[in-house]
Design a protein. Sequence first.
Length: 175
Amino acid sequence: MFLQKLKDITTVIFDVDGVLTNGDILASDSGEFLRTFNIKDGYALQLAVKRGYLVCVISGGHGLAMQRRFEGLGIPEIFLGVSDKVGVYDTLLTKYSLSNEEILYMGDDIPDLKIMQLVGLPTCPADAVPEIKAVSEYVSPHEGGRMAVRDIIEKVMRVQGKWFDENPSAADSGK
């Protein structure tokens, strides 16, 4: 059933903190909040965009560095500082004429629960909270910020025969 669902995925949506990052935030004396992103997750994200998948991030977190990171990877739909993830999700459904069945979402904590109950394929990192693991159809063996995103994107693209890049650029994941 899981593999069949991977065949139908056209859209991948990710939370940021705890999914694309390990959930740690470094607070600087200047008041900035700093996060780290995995370069291998970045490679998979930009490749998914190049292969025609709709890639989106929806996060309660915000910051110019986050925005620039996602723009550099070519992610077309970036929603930061969001308090109503389901509202953004509904907007995406309408804008792109999507059905729930073609959408994969990866979240890790309670703010992701409602949206995960709507999508066709709810997924999470290994270190997600128990409530999120309970509604996930796939739990990555990787923790958030440690290739969980790469893991699920690669699975989708391999099942659909779109994973391998014949001419990869070393600059693709570092944008």
